[in-house]
Design a protein around this ligand. Structure first.
Ligand code: SAJ
Length: 432
């Protein structure tokens, strides 16, 4: 076995998963080369800095770059292990796009040699790892590729999805269990040896197809469960019942664990991945598709309720939070951002935005008249508050600072708020 310090690893794609993964592997002493298509990303990392925000990532990257175990480049170089961590977005009609994965495979094919391991980590439709193997077999007919040879293959190819939670990436990269799916059992065993170098959680082997579907299943499971909570919240509003109280009470049952309603589901994972299952079998995925529609539809329901509340409230109204979830500075696919934009468009300078994770108001608000203020100013000057994100700093606002305000709390962070019900919203309609 190659020692940690002799191991050469190339990580293709230096985004939210690729960069932390590259840095964690570099910390073991391995020589890690990060590949990205953006010169600015390469330059930033080589100067010991980071282009994304994640807890403790800056310190780790500056340390491994200073030690010389992590460097970045536009150009691929030979390595023992290639980790593909590029985006897998969806196209028109929610069809998965694996173009970046196939481009990364094409890039590494140029330097692939016998004994190497290729691992795909990007969330991918079932069968993608087999497509990577087929592409490598086509590009490198000189190599025996698993699944494409009857002899002992020259290289190993596996799928191992990341499962880390933004905000806890460096902890979960080490502690979470990993599912490792090989094109063959031997490929899975080879990948297992690699992940055991830096993962403390259990590493479980299976086929590449089962591992691909497992990743999609995890995020679809969460999406369906959040959709249940979101649908309940709309039903409860119509009935004049406090959904948060109902959920707290129902969750006292030993086998009930309802998640939290909110203004919708954001981020690049849960709002995307379930579509990969739907695309694979549209006729048999009614529940998963409906959950996606319920969660997407919750944004419009939230806008309508907030509009009714603001229209009935004289004076300035503060919208609390723009991030896609609590305590992070990531505004990608954020339902809070979509709601805030719609309200700023309609109410202009009556809208004040509080987002402790933003230094300036995102460009989407240009020309609306909305302004960025801090939470203290909001509590002093606004007559209404709309809670869009459950940041800790909002949760800690005591009742006496908000008791006399009109409040629409989409995240249920203030259970003690007096119940002046906002105007009813139109019911959430889903296409089934
Ligand atoms: N949300 C709710 N109610 C809840 C829980 C979440 O409305 O009860 C919302 C959040 O506010 C946010 C969205 O859902 O807008 C997604 O947030 P999240 O914390 O559930 O998940 P992500 O997108 O940050 O990370 C998920 C994780 N997957 C699962 O928990 C099954 C993470 O482990 C994955 O690695 C990540 O997707 C990924 O990269 O796929």
């Amino acid at each position: 076995m190659i020692s940690d310090t002799e191991l050469k690893v190339a990580v293709l794609g230096l985004g939210y998963i690729g960069l932390p993964t590259a840095a964690v592997i570099a910390r073991t002493g391995a020589q890690v080369l990060g590949i990205d298509v953006h010169q600015s990303v390469v330059d930033t990392i080589n100067s010991g800095k980071v282009h994304i925000e994640e807890v403790d990532l800056d310190g780790l990257v500056s340390g491994v770059v200073a030690r010389g175990t992590l460097r970045a480049s536009l150009q691929i170089e030979p390595a023992d292990v290639f980790v593909i961590a590029v985006p897998t977005p969806f196209d028109e009609g929610h069809q998965p796009n694996i173009g970046y994965v196939l481009r990364a495979a094409t890039t590494l094919a140029a330097v692939l040699k016998p004994g190497d391991l290729v691992v795909l980590e990007s969330t991918s439709p079932v069968g993608t790892t087999e497509k990577v193997a087929a592409l490598l077999a086509e590009l490198r007919p000189d190599l025996r590729i698993p699944g494409h040879t009857h002899e002992s293959p020259d290289v190993a190819i596996a799928y191992c999805p990341e499962r880390v939670l933004p905000g806890r990436i460096l902890i979960e990269l080490i502690d979470n269990d990993r599912v490792i799916g090989g094109i063959t059992p031997r490929c899975a065993r080879k990948a297992l040896g690699f992940y055991r170098r830096f993962v403390r959680g259990a590493c479980v082997t299976t086929t590449s197809r089962a591992a691909e579907m497992t990743k999609l299943t995890e995020n679809a499971f969460r999406d369906v469960n959040i959709a249940f909570a979101n649908e309940l919240s709309v039903i409860a509003d119509g009935l004049g019942v406090d959904v948060w109280e109902v959920i707290r009470l129902a969750n006292r049952h030993p086998r009930v664990n309802i998640l939290s309603p909110g203004p919708g589901v954001g981020g690049h994972c849960i709002a995307v991945d379930p579509w990969f299952l739907v695309a694979a079998d549209p006729d048999n995925s009614a529940l998963i598709r409906t959950a996606r529609e319920v969660n997407d539809g919750k944004v419009a329901v939230t806008i309508a309720r907030a509009e009714a509340m603001i229209a009935a409230t004289p004076g300035p109204v503060a919208l609390l939070g723009l991030a896609f979830k609590a305590n992070i500075d990531d505004f990608r696919e954020s339902p809070a951002l979509k709601v805030a934009q719609a309200l700023a468009q309609r109410f202009g300078d009556r809208v004040r935005i509080v987002e402790p994770y933003a230094r300036t108001l995102p460009a989407d608000f240009a020309g609306t008249g909305a302004t960025l203020i801090d939470i203290d100013t909001a509590l002093e000057s606004c007559t209404g508050l709309v809670v869009l994100v459950d940041h800790d700093v909002f949760k800690s606002v005591p009742l006496d600072e908000r008791a006399d305000k009109a409040v629409y709390d989409t995240r249920g962070i203030w259970p003690d708020q007096p119940k002046a019900r906002p105007a009813a919203a139109p019911p959430l309609r889903v296409a089934v």
